[in-house]
Design a protein around this ligand. Structure first.
Ligand code: PMV
Length: 320
């Protein structure tokens, strides 16, 4: 029996991933670019070699579909594996729209490969984490991270690479939670419907490589207005694809638009700031460290809760 603990942080896409070219391997239709966040984290312990597969999430036993997803993932680590115990806990609200699956599968990939005695380099680990949840491949690495779309059918070239480390730029992500309801349509289901029916998705896919190029250049030049422009264009392309899916995927709530309007007002007053959303109503706002308190103060009256997060590290092994 081997017991290994690992920790990973969620990431927020600045240039978005929406749509798969292979839904089994989670191969994306587009490249994307994200920032891994500090403060929020998932800690996962894998015990390799117990009586039967058991999965605990935030102190409760996982539902059968959740447990199955974890078991299938462990089978990818080692098909001939023994039964395992997985205990995972996150220190952040699942309502925050902070892609808890990104930190969950990154931490699980690191803990499980070590527990299995099959340690992997970060690229191989990123390929593995991607198969649990696409965005998890980006949480293997810290700071500003690009997920290369890749061309190969087996997905071996579809993994994350670091663009800049967490300390490279004093940015903040201010999260404005405007609704705590669970999303009605999962991202995997939403992506499948979008690829099948949205007339706007092809334009989003066509624009993505250039948007990632511009965002990468903006990160390397520490050019926040250019990064915010790329982020908002990419988000709007994704949201247009969602809205024009049949039946329409409307993840936004009225409170989402109220936050977006305030962010644009702050920008018109000269504060470099930009917004993004994911498969949900909550808004993530990018700004410099020196403006974070002011941005949070403006958004707090419109939100149920706010969080201010910094760029953070990649997944790491916890010595117990
Ligand atoms: O990795 P998934 O299946 O949870 O999909 C994430 C999709 C978005 O959060 C909407 C965009 C992204 O790039 O993270």
């Amino acid at each position: 029996m081997v017991r290994v603990t690992a920790r990973a942080h969620p990431n927020i896409a600045l240039v978005k991933y929406w749509g798969k070219r292979d839904p089994v391997l989670n191969l994306p239709a587009v490249p994307s670019l994200s920032v891994t966040l500090d403060g929020f984290q998932t800690t996962t312990t894998v015990t390799w070699g117990v009586g039967e597969d058991r999965v605990w999430l935030d102190g409760r036993e996982a539902t059968p579909p959740e447990a199955r997803r974890v078991s299938v993932f462990l089978d990818r680590v080692a098909p001939e594996r023994p039964p395992c115990l997985v205990e995972s806990a996150s220190n952040f609200p699942s309502s925050a729209g902070l892609a808890s699956s990104s930190s969950a599968f990154a931490a699980l990939a690191l803990a499980a490969t070590r527990a299995a005695g099959r340690p992997m380099d970060p690229f191989a680990l990123s390929v593995l984490a991607r198969q649990g949840s696409g965005s998890a491949c980006r949480s293997i690495l810290g700071g500003f991270v690009e997920w290369r779309r890749g061309e190969r059918m087996d997905g071996s070239d579809s993994h994350a690479v670091q663009v800049a480390p967490p300390g490279a730029w004093d940015l903040r992500v201010v999260v404005a939670v405007v609704s705590r309801g669970a999303k009605a349509v999962s991202s995997s289901e939403g992506m499948a419907r979008t690829v099948a029916t949205s007339p706007c998705h092809a334009a989003f896919v066509a624009d993505a490589p250039a948007e990632v190029e511009r965002a990468r250049a903006a990160v390397l030049a520490r050019d926040l207005p250019a990064l915010c422009a790329a982020m908002e264009r990419s988000t709007l392309g994704m949201v247009a694809s969602m809205l024009t899916t049949r039946p329409s995927l409307r993840y936004w709530k009225p409170g989402t638009l109220a936050v977006v309007e305030q962010v644009e007002r702050l920008r018109s007053e000269g504060i470099p700031v930009g917004w993004t959303t994911d498969a949900g109503p909550n808004v993530k706002v990018l700004c410099e460290g020196g403006h974070a308190a002011e941005v949070e103060a403006v958004l707090a009256p419109l939100a149920l809760e706010t969080h201010v997060l910094s760029p953070g590290p990649g997944a790491s092994w916890v010595v117990s």
